[in-house]
Structures are given as C-alpha cells and as structure tokens.
Design a protein around this ligand. Structure first.
Ligand SMILES: Cc1cc2nc3c(=O)[nH]c(=O)nc-3n(C[C@H](O)[C@H](O)[C@H](O)COP(=O)(O)OP(=O)(O)OC[C@H]3O[C@@H](n4cnc5c(N)ncnc54)[C@H](O)[C@@H]3O)c2cc1C
Length: 383
C-alpha cells in the first residue's frame, strides 16, 4: 500500500535518524524530557503544520499531520513528548478570541511558545469528566482557581496550558456536562503563585505530573469562548487528537513489524532462522494485515476530518483499531525476540510499554466501544 505524503515522511525520517535507540533509552531510564528532539521537530516546522498560514503555520490538513506522527513512531522515536503541541491549539483556533489567537499562534508557529499541556483528568474523575471538582470562580476581572489535576503531561515543558474547570456546579445545569469552562493559563506567571507542578513517575517517560491549584488568580480574559461550554469545546478537539494518536499507533506497529521481521530472519535456532517456522511467521503476517486495515481506517477518518464533515465515528474507530493493532504487534514483536525482547538495548520493551498507553489514554478502549454502541449502532446508553 503506497503511503501518502512521501515528501513529508522523508523529511521527518531525516530528522528522526538523528535520534537513535540509545538516545531514547537514556531519556527513558532517567525519565528526562527529549528537549533536543522536540526542538529539532519544532525548528523543522512539523509541530505547527496544523496552524493556518495567517498565523505563521503551514496550514496543512490532519492527513499530513498524521503522516508526521506516524513516521516519528515508525522511526522508533516517541512523539508523545510533543504531539499535543500540534492539536491543543485547535481549541483556541476554533473557539478563542482573535486576541488570544494573535498572542499565541504566531509564537507556537515560530517555536517560541509551547502550548502542549491539557488539564482535564483529576484523581477522582478520569472517564467521567462531568465530575471534575476543579473550580474557577469569577471575582471581578479575574477567576480564582482551586483544585487538582493528575496525569497532566508535558506541563513542565509548556508555556501555556488549557484547563477544564467548573464554573457552575454539576447539579445546576440541564446536563451534567454543562457548567464547565476552558481557560488558557500562562504557566510562566502562574507557577509559584497558586500553581504547583509535581512530577509523577510512571511506566513510560511521558513527562507526567500532578498539578495543584490553590487560589490561583488568572485574568478573566483567560476564558476561551463562552463560560459553561467548555466540555463541548474539548469534544471538538478530540477527533483530531484521536486521528493523530491512531497514526502514532500505526507508526509503532510498523516499527514492531520491521523489527520482528529482521530478527526472525537473523536469529538462528536449531540451525535455521526462526522466521522459517510458521509459528513465528504467522503472527507477524497477521499483525501486518491488521495494521494495514487500521491504517486505511486512519486515512478514512483523516479524509472526512479534512473535508470538514463530522468524523466522530471514524476517528473513534481509527483510534480503537490502530491501538489494538499496535499493541498486538508489540506483543508479537516481544515474543519473536524471545528473552532478548526484555533487554533494554533492543528497544522492544520500551516501545511495548509506550504503545500500551493508547489502550487507556487519551480515551480508553471501553469508552470507544461505548461510543460506537450508543452513537453509531443506537444501543441504549450504558452509563
Ligand atoms: C501516561 C498518561 C498520560 C496522560 N496524559 C493526560 C493529559 O495530558 N491530560 C489529561 O487530562 N489526562 C491525561 N491522562 C489521563 C487519561 O486520559 C485517563 O487515565 C483516562 O481518561 C482514563 O481515566 P482514569 O485513569 O481516571 O480511569 P477511570 O475513569 O478510573 O477508569 C478505570 C477503568 O474503568 C473503565 N471504565 C470506566 N467507566 C466505564 C464504563 N462505564 N464502561 C466500561 N468501562 C469503564 C475505563 O475504561 C478504565 O479502563 C494521561 C494518562 C496517562 C496514563
């Protein structure tokens, strides 16, 4: 199957070739942010590809952005360090004021500013977003923020964050999702003045943190769009996120399959390559077929997104199928490598851990299945 956007893919692969396995192993071991890699991608303009030209970006579609993310993962790198820089700005672009766009988007395009942190999940509410407890109370020309977020990735490497907070109690609205609002917070001003960031060590190197808000005062102009409509704004950005993460999974799957094929051809057991055994060949072949099918779904979702139509069903299915295909490919790759799959120096165990995330975040597999059951197939709502 011929890949689209070959020129973009080659340019991304060129940058990624400077960041081999040793680089990622060391970052992973020390749980360090891959600053050099992110800087190189930024300078090459890849992370601003979705920003319209009038704000300094290259104004490309999600299909091109997906090609960027896929190639990063296929090269063995970890786009989780910076993928959000591509799509979080979409909320500001779609719903922000012209002043917010002018103050932010050109800076993101030039690489001077980072908006790659997104605070939705809280210790007591992940899947059920309507139960978030972080509040933003209007006081004159300011909002007072109190509460806590968890798993806020990359905030220590961002200048701005998007925050979802309650501006009205859950019970006050017609629906549980009413009464939440989105704020654009300048981390540089907020940190130490009511905003505290604590690193959270995790199974993968994802710059994860816990974030505490204690009477943080922010200007009222930080509100994005209208008060109370924040959940709708967040939902609007989710299709882009799902498509890009799905593309990352396709890249991971390609990496696992290539790695497995190479090893199966080289490794000799009983005096012949293990790849001669159908017990080794078939899982690789099956993984390849499943990945190709998922890649078609990602292309389909991208095309619908880029045509401006609703792609909720396709974006969800692309994320589901691609995350499943990459996870199965990871398991197959580890099995193909036998004991050496566990050795750090092969990078398989690292990629295996990294791709596992996409069964859980940014949305878990169960919730996608619920979406398909309810919204596509018309089955009763289960929660
Ligand atoms: C490395 C990492 C990075 C992350 N980065 C961010 C970030 O930058 N910003 C952010 O806001 N969040 C982030 N998250 C959080 C992530 O989005 C949540 O973990 C995810 O939404 C699931 O929420 P939860 O962990 O609270 O699980 P819970 O909501 O507690 O769910 C636990 C399990 O129960 C299942 N479940 C719950 N309800 C149902 C149901 N009705 N039917 C079937 N199954 C159900 C879920 O699918 C899940 O498997 C990150 C998480 C990780 C691990």
């Amino acid at each position: 199957m011929e890949k689209r956007h070959q020129d973009i893919r080659e340019a991304v692969a060129q940058v990624c070739s400077q960041y081999p396995g040793e680089y990622w192993r060391e970052k992973d071991r020390e749980q360090q942010y891959p600053s050099e890699f992110v800087k190189a991608l930024t300078e090459a303009g890849f992370l601003s590809c979705l920003i319209p030209e009038q704000y300094g970006g290259s104004g490309l579609g999600i299909s091109e952005a997906a090609a960027v993310m896929e190639e990063i993962q296929a090269a063995g790198c970890n786009g989780g360090a910076c993928h959000a820089q591509m799509y979080i700005m979409g909320t500001v672009l779609r719903h922000g004021s012209e002043e917010q766009k002018q103050s932010l988007l050109p800076g993101i395009s030039s690489g001077q500013l980072r908006l790659q942190a997104f605070g939705v999940t809280e210790p007591t509410s992940g899947t059920d977003t309507s139960r978030i407890r972080t509040t933003a109370i209007k006081e004159g020309e300011k909002y007072r923020i109190n509460g806590q977020k968890v798993w806020t990735s990359r905030i220590a490497h961002s200048d701005f964050m998007l925050l979802l907070a309650r501006t009205a109690p859950r019970e006050a609205g017609e629906k549980p999702h009413h009464g939440m609002s989105v704020f654009l917070i300048d981390i540089r001003q907020a940190e130490g003045n009511g905003l505290t960031i604590k690193p959270l060590r995790a199974m993968i190197n994802h710059a994860a943190t816990e974030v505490f808000f204690d009477d943080l005062m922010i200007p009222a102009t930080s509100l994005v769009g209208e008060e109370g409509r924040g959940f709708r704004y967040i939902l609007d950005g989710m299709n882009a996120e799902r498509i890009l993460i799905a593309a990352e999974c396709i890249g991971d799957g390609r990496w696992f399959i290539e790695k497995a094929v190479n090893y199966a051809n080289e490794r000799k057991v009983f005096n012949r390559p293990i790849g001669m055994n159908q017990g080794i060949q078939f899982p690789i072949a099956r993984s390849f077929a499943e990945l190709q099918a998922a890649a078609l779904m990602v292309e389909c979702a991208s095309d619908i997104f880029d045509s401006g139509q609703d792609c909720g069903a396709e974006a969800n299915m692309a994320k589901l199928l691609a995350a499943d295909a990459s996870w199965k490919a990871g398991d197959m790759c580890l099995q193909t490598h036998g004991g050496f799959g566990f050795a750090e120096e092969y990078d398989v165990e690292r990629k295996f851990r990294e791709t596992r995330l996409y069964q859980i975040a940014p949305i878990s597999t169960n919730l996608i299945l619920s979406y398909i059951a309810e919204h596509v197939l018309g089955l009763p709502r289960s929660f």
